[in-house]
Design a protein around this ligand. Structure first.
Ligand SMILES: Nc1ncnc2c1ncn2[C@@H]1O[C@H](COP(=O)(O)OP(=O)(O)OP(=O)(O)O)[C@@H](O)[C@H]1O
Ligand SMILES: [Mg+2]
Length: 359
C-alpha cells in the first residue's frame, strides 16, 4: 500500500496537449474511479503512472519514492487492461506466475502466491487450463490474479469489465470491491460505467479535456457538483438544465424559468442578478396532471419507458427535452399535457459563462 502523488503532471503529443498540469494525491489504500468523456486523457494518465508513456512535465511519487524516471518494471505497479492480454499458450497457473518467474522468484514462493490468489479469485479448479478454455469472466479473473501475485504497491485498471456481459459485470464489480476490502492495495480504476464508479470508489475523479474537473466522494459529487460539466456527466439519466433568470428579493432570491414558474431560493453570494443555468435531477421532479404550485412547468409527454423497477419519462418543454424518473407507474401516455414540479431545495445553479456552481 502506498500513496500516489501526481505533481503538475502533463502530456503533449507534439503541439497537442492531452493532459495539462494534473495535481492529485491518492491516499494509501484508496480506491479511485477515474471517469470522463472518451478522449479526455484517462488511459494516457494511467499509462504515465505505469511508466508506459513518457511524461512531458511534472513528477510522480509512489510512497516515499519519486518514480518519474523509473522504468515500468521498477515502479511496482500492476495494470489490468480491458483486453485481458493473457498468453494464449500458457496455462492459467503459468500466466499468473509469469512475472514472478521473470523476476527469478523462488519456485515455492511463486506456487504459494498463485495458490493464495487463485483461492481468493475462485480459480483453483482452472489452474491447468489454457485461456481459450475459459469464459470472459474467468479470463478477467486470471488477469486480476496475475496482477495480485505481484503484490504491487498500486493497481491500475483500464475499463477491466467492459468486455463482460451485464450480469457478469455486476458480479465482478462486487468481487473487485471485496478484493480491495481484503488487500487494500491503492487502486485507480478507469470506467465508463457510472454505477461502477459510484459503488466501487472511495473517491471519484472527473476529468474533462485533460483537466480534473472535480474529485470527491461519490455522493458528494452527485449531490454537489461543482460545475455544470460534472453535473451533466455524473448521474444517469442525466441532470436536466434550464436557462433561468435570477433576482434577489430582500434577504433571499428567486429564479424565473418562464413567466409561470418562479422558485424562491437563498440569496446567491457571487451573483447580483442575471441569467443562470439551473439544473435539476430527473428524480427531483414530481409529475401531476393539474398545476399544483408556481414551482412547476407545463410539459408534453413524448415517451414513457417502464423498466419494472422505475419509470423513465421523456417530455418536451417547448423545444427542450426533459427527463423525469419515478419509482411509481404514472398513468400517462405520449401527447399528454402534464406538469412537472421542481423541488426547490434540489436546484443546482451554474454560471452561464464559466459553468461554475453558484449556490
Ligand atoms: N500516441 C498518440 N499520439 C497522438 N495522440 C494520442 C496518442 N495517444 C492518445 N492520443 C490522444 O490523446 C487523447 C487522450 O487519449 P486517451 O486514450 O487517454 O483517452 P481516454 O480518456 O482513455 O478515452 P477512452 O474513454 O475513449 O478510452 C485523445 O485525444 C487521443 O486521440
Ligand atoms: Mg481509454
Amino acid at each position: 500500500m502506498s500513496a500516489v502523488t501526481l505533481n503538475n503532471f502533463s502530456k503533449s503529443y507534439g503541439k497537442m496537449s492531452v493532459l495539462s498540469g494534473i495535481d492529485l494525491t491518492i491516499n494509501s489504500g484508496e480506491f479511485i474511479a477515474l471517469v470522463g468523456p472518451s478522449g479526455c486523457g484517462k488511459s494516457t494518465l494511467l499509462r504515465m503512472i505505469a511508466g508506459l508513456e513518457e511524461i512531458t512535465g511534472g513528477n510522480i511519487e509512489i510512497g516515499d519514492r519519486t518514480v518519474t524516471d523509473l522504468a515500468p518494471k521498477d515502479r511496482n505497479i500492476a495494470m489490468v487492461f480491458q483486453s485481458y492480454a493473457l498468453y494464449p499458450h500458457l496455462s492459467v497457473r503459468s500466466n499468473m506466475g509469469f512475472s514472478l518467474k521473470l523476476r527469478k522468484v523462488a519456485t515455492e514462493k511463486i506456487t504459494s502466491a498463485i495458490n493464495s490468489a487463485s483461492t481468493m479469485l475462485g480459480l483453483d479448479q482452472l489452474l491447468e487450463r489454457l485461456p481459450k478454455a475459459l469464459s470472459g469472466g474467468q479470463r478477467q479473473r486470471v488477469a486480476m490474479g496475475r496482477a495480485i501475485v505481484r503484490r504491487p504497491d498500486v493497481f491500475l485498471f483500464d475499463e477491466p469489465l467492459s468486455n463482460l456481459d451485464a450480469k457478469l459485470r455486476v458480479q465482478m464489480r462486487s468481487e473487485i470491491k471485496s478484493l480491495h476490502q481484503d488487500i487494500k492495495t491503492t487502486s485507480i480504476y478507469v470506467t465508463h460505467d457510472q454505477i461502477e464508479a459510484m459503488t466501487m470508489a472511495d473517491r471519484i475523479v472527473v476529468m474533462n479535456k485533460g483537466n480534473i474537473e472535480q474529485a470527491g466522494a461519490p455522493l458528494d459529487i452527485y449531490d454537489r457538483p461543482e460545475s455544470k460539466f460534472v453535473a451533466g456527466f455524473i448521474g444517469s439519466p442525466a441532470m436536466n438544465f434550464f436557462t433561468a433568470e435570477y433576482k434577489p428579493n430582500g434577504s433571499d432570491g428567486f429564479i424565473n424559468i418562464n413567466d409561470e414558474c418562479t422558485i424562491p431560493l437563498p440569496k446567491l453570494r457571487t451573483l447580483q442578478q442575471g441569467t443562470v443555468e439551473c439544473g435539476i435531477r430527473p428524480e427531483h421532479l414530481s409529475l401531476s396532471k393539474e398545476k399544483k404550485t408556481g414551482h412547476s412547468i407545463k410539459v408534453t409527454v413524448d415517451v414513457v419507458e417502464p423498466t419494472g423497477l422505475a419509470t423513465i419519462v421523456y417530455l418536451s418543454f417547448g423545444d427542450q427535452k426533459i427527463c423525469f424518473y419515478t419509482s411509481d407507474r404514472p398513468d400517462i401516455g405520449p401527447g399528454d399535457t402534464v406538469y412537472l414540479q421542481l423541488s426547490e431545495n434540489k436546484l443546482h445553479l451554474f454560471d452561464v459563462n464559466t459553468g461554475k456552481r453558484l449556490n
